[in-house]
Design a binder for this molecule. Structure first.
Ligand code: NAD
Length: 390
């Protein structure tokens, strides 16, 4: 592409678009936001007014047929991704699509085929893989794994060769969420798909990103596809991931905690604001700024304890009325994903989370649900790891 700026259309102007898409799109100097599209005209108008967007429509074909538009951002409910993506790809528009990319395997195949035929780029917003704190966690872990160094006080009963399993890494994703925060549409099997689709695709993707070029070989899940569940995922090199997703939790404690245990060390990501490292000489904890922090004067020490103080102060101030409060969020990688995708389009580089990653997380979500239903571990066949889609 010979341009240095992209004209963009936002399709779906709901809660997520208001919280992330519009602020991030309007902040990027390489984007000119032209369209607000939503089947609710009032909502499209409201967002166009709030974010100063010139064109409003209820029909996604309007921006897709606009020759000025280079990229669309899809933040509708999941079931309309396919028709929008097929129309956009036919018209040569690049596509930034919310997760999950699809609810069904064949929908995902059609999406892959459409973007390949249209020779356009697609990015799925499986944003955790683009969080700055995750990048640092992965880099530090890989460095340690390649050349393990240990504290002088490491407890060693007797020097010996490691058994093969001792060389494998375990990745634990602990999610505790507040089920009252979900709308019924999230649980609707035709529109939301339940929380394996609505939420856990993030962590299925994150595990694949962390362990690449290993690929998943087996999945075992238990619990409920629409609410709390546990998923174990094995990778081709023997590394494993456990995702423990509970809906019985509270917003009063951060939702996500990540831990990699590997080669006599622990690498912990504490809700995107702090990484802690144990067992590795000289590796200090790292602090990461929040994406939106309206309480910069609270918790000046930064990191997890500062986040907890800010959260408590905000809870006191807003008394639960967070819809009209100033944005408050940790950096889960949304902005980084958008900005990296924009660069990928302008400089013809690979998408940071392409259609194959979108397919893999959809496929693994589907397989996890099947595993829950059958109460069995299931293989991930090789032909699903690299499907042949001409
Ligand atoms: N990446 C993340 O971390 C993250 C977080 C939250 C939500 N999301 C995703 O964002 C998407 C939207 O979620 P939400 O919470 O904003 O839902 P929402 O219901 O608030 O918004 C969806 C909007 O899409 C509109 N819409 C539906 N069909 C349409 C169509 N054919 N054309 C145009 N507009 C249409 C609806 O009218 C609605 O305004 C979902 O895919 C969800 O998974 C992602």
């Amino acid at each position: 592409m010979k341009k240095n700026k992209l004209t963009v259309a936002q399709i779906g102007c709901g809660a997520f678009a208001e919280a992330q898409d519009f602020p991030n799109l309007t902040k990027n100097p390489k984007i000119s936001l032209k369209w607000c599209c939503d089947i609710s005209k009032d909502r499209a108008k409201e967002m166009a007014k709030k974010f100063n967007v010139p064109e409003v429509t209820t029909d996604f074909n309007a921006p897709i047929n606009d020759p000025e538009v280079d990229m669309i951002k899809i933040s509708t409910s999941h079931e309309v991704h396919l028709p929008i993506i097929e129309a956009a790809a036919r018209n040569g528009k690049h596509i930034f699509c919310e997760k999950p990319m699809a609810l069904e395997e064949d929908e995902a195949f059609k999406i892959i085929s459409a973007v390949r035929k249209g020779k356009v780029k697609l990015c799925v917003d499986l944003n955790r893989r683009m969080a700055p704190s995750m990048h640092s966690l992965k880099a530090n872990w890989l460095k340690h794994r390649a050349n393990p160094r240990h504290q002088s006080w490491r407890y060693v009963e007797v020097e010996r060769e490691l058994f093969p399993e001792e060389k494998q890494a375990q990745f634990l994703v602990r999610v505790q969420d507040e089920s009252y925060s979900y709308r019924l549409v999230h649980l609707d099997p035709m529109k939301g798909g339940g929380l394996v689709f609505g939420e856990t695709v993030h962590w299925l993707d994150l595990a694949c990103w962390l362990y690449a070029p290993q690929y998943p070989v087996e999945i075992q899940a238990s619990g409920s596809a629409r609410f709390s569940h546990c998923i174990n995922l094995k990778f081709s090199g023997g590394d494993t991931t456990t995702i423990l997703f509970s809906c019985g939790g509270t917003f009063d404690y951060p939702k996500e905690l990540y831990e990699i245990s590997s080669s006599g060390a622990l690498f912990r990501n504490n809700f995107f604001v702090e990484n802690e490292y144990y067992g590795v000489p000289g590796l200090d904890r790292e602090l990461f700024p929040m994406q939106h922090d309206p309480l910069k004067n609270v918790g000046k020490e930064g990191g997890f304890s500062a986040y907890m103080k800010k959260y408590a102060e905000r809870a006191q101030k807003t008394k639960g009325n967070i819809k009209n409060a100033a944005p408050f969020s940790v950096d889960k990688g949304h902005e980084n994903m958008l900005n990296t995708f924009v660069e990928a389009i302008l400089k013809d580089k690979p998408s940071p989370c392409d259609e194959m990653a979108g397919f893999m997380s959809t496929y693994l979500a589907k397989l996890a649900i099947k595993s829950i239903e059958l109460r069995q571990a299931l293989p991930v066949p090789l032909d699903k790891v690299v499907p042949c889609i001409p």
